[in-house]
Design a protein around this ligand. Structure first.
Ligand code: SF4
Length: 391
């Protein structure tokens, strides 16, 4: 159920999808929008893959996908699944035997397109293996690998072609009475992906996995993903997301969270409000924020921190955040706690001091939540409301 909103201009009405389970993680319905990423270590190297999954878990990944191109990969998958704290999706292309092996190895979900599996008998076997192992299936339509007949029919990848491909794959699962599936219609072109997802959202009630595929490097890909997924999420579409970057998977997770945080959909860790800095700055804002972002990655408790170079906007932003710092003269800066001026700090101690204040605040919020059985919201200036009641 939705909370009464005191800021209706921030409301997002989420599309109603049915819920499926990916291992222990619900996807769709009123479940929190989950954040996924994908490993890039050789899956055959279970240790390296588990280490990378651990880093993704620390960054907040809810679900991690692992490629299974070889029998050695699916053999390693067993150990990977056992060690991972999050559900593992096995990424399969074409080799239906890998799907059977991955389902037996404990994958929570198979990313496979039923239309690419081959004969009817093989399709039946894969669906039976998924069912027997409690595995979901993720259909992944991609503009870069659309079926030949659809390309001929439509002339080029277009929203209608992506949606038709998705519906064809869905039909195969539905014909077998299999309903534990979610669907993606990805494209590297933002317009194409958004239009395809919007059309598909009107046609089906299954959960949708969002992604702007092959989006690019950290900065360019983040911008494209934020525009594409941001538009869809703002329109209430999307139940799980994966940001695709030519960057480490844990960066994808961080970007995914930042997109959700910017829309007030999920909160995790420290939301930093900081100024771009200018000649008025009382300290080096850019280097300070860089250092703080690095030092505060371990904080999972939702809270807010403002870092402003001077009094022009510092006090106003500090009023809206849990902890605030505003640059002053002579290397001496004002610290705000819960929006109120509290004490001064000198340049040299500033970063250490803020880190310890944030850690103490996180511990305080966690203790008060534990005492009240609450939901992670602290009293003062927790600016963004959370939309999902389940969050
Ligand atoms: S808060 Fe102050 S230092 Fe930061 S950009 Fe604004 S005027 Fe410049």
């Amino acid at each position: 159920m939705r909370r009464m909103s005191i800021r209706p201009w921030r409301d997002i009405e989420r599309r109603k999808s049915r819920q499926i389970m990916v291992g222990s993680v619900p996807v769709g319905g009123d479940a929190p929008i989950s954040v996924q990423t994908m490993t890039n270590t050789p899956t055959e190297d279970a240790k390296a893959t588990i280490d990378q999954i651990r880093r993704c878990e620390e960054a907040g990944a809810d679900i991690v996908r692992v490629s299974c191109p070889t029998p050695q990969a699916t053999a390693a998958l067993k150990e990977i699944v056992r060690e991972a704290r999050v559900p593992i999706v096995a990424d399969i292309h074409f080799h239906y035997k890998r799907a059977l092996e991955a389902a037996d190895a404990g994958a929570a979900c198979l990313r496979i397109n039923p239309g690419n599996i081959g004969s009817e008998e093989r399709v039946r076997e894969v669906i039976a293996a998924a069912r027997a192992n409690g595995c979901a299936i993720r259909i992944g339509v991609n503009a870069g690998s659309l079926e030949k007949d659809l390309l001929e029919k439509y002339g080029e990848p277009c929203p209608e072609a992506l949606v038709e491909s998705a519906l064809d794959h869905i039909r195969i699962l539905e014909d077998h009475g299999f309903r534990e599936y979610k669907v993606a219609v990805k494209a590297s072109d933002v317009f194409l992906a958004v239009a395809a997802y919007m059309q598909l959202a009107n046609e089906v009630d299954c959960p949708l996995h969002l992604g702007i595929t092959e989006a690019g490097g950290l900065i360019g890909g983040t911008v494209k993903s934020a525009i594409g997924m941001g538009n869809l999420l703002w329109a209430g579409i999307g139940d799980t997301i994966r940001v695709s970057l030519s960057a480490e998977p844990e960066e994808e997770v961080r970007v995914g969270y930042e997109i959700l945080k910017a829309l007030g959909i999920r909160n995790r860790g420290v939301r930093v409000v900081s100024c771009p800095s200018c000649a008025r700055q009382g300290f080096d804002v850019i280097r300070t924020v860089q250092a703080l972002e690095e030092r505060l990655q371990h904080i999972k408790t939702p809270m807010s921190l403002s870092v402003l170079g001077c009094v022009v906007n510092g006090p106003g932003e500090a009023r809206e955040t849990d902890i605030g710092i505003t640059g002053g003269g002579n290397g001496t800066h004002m610290v705000y706690l819960s929006g109120v001026t509290d004490h001064h700090v000198k340049d040299a101690e500033m970063i250490e001091h803020i880190v310890s204040l944030v850690e103490a605040k996180a511990a305080e919020i966690e203790a008060s939540d534990a005492a009240s059985g609450g939901s992670g919201q602290s009293k003062p200036a927790r600016a963004l409301p959370v939309l999902d009641a389940a969050e």
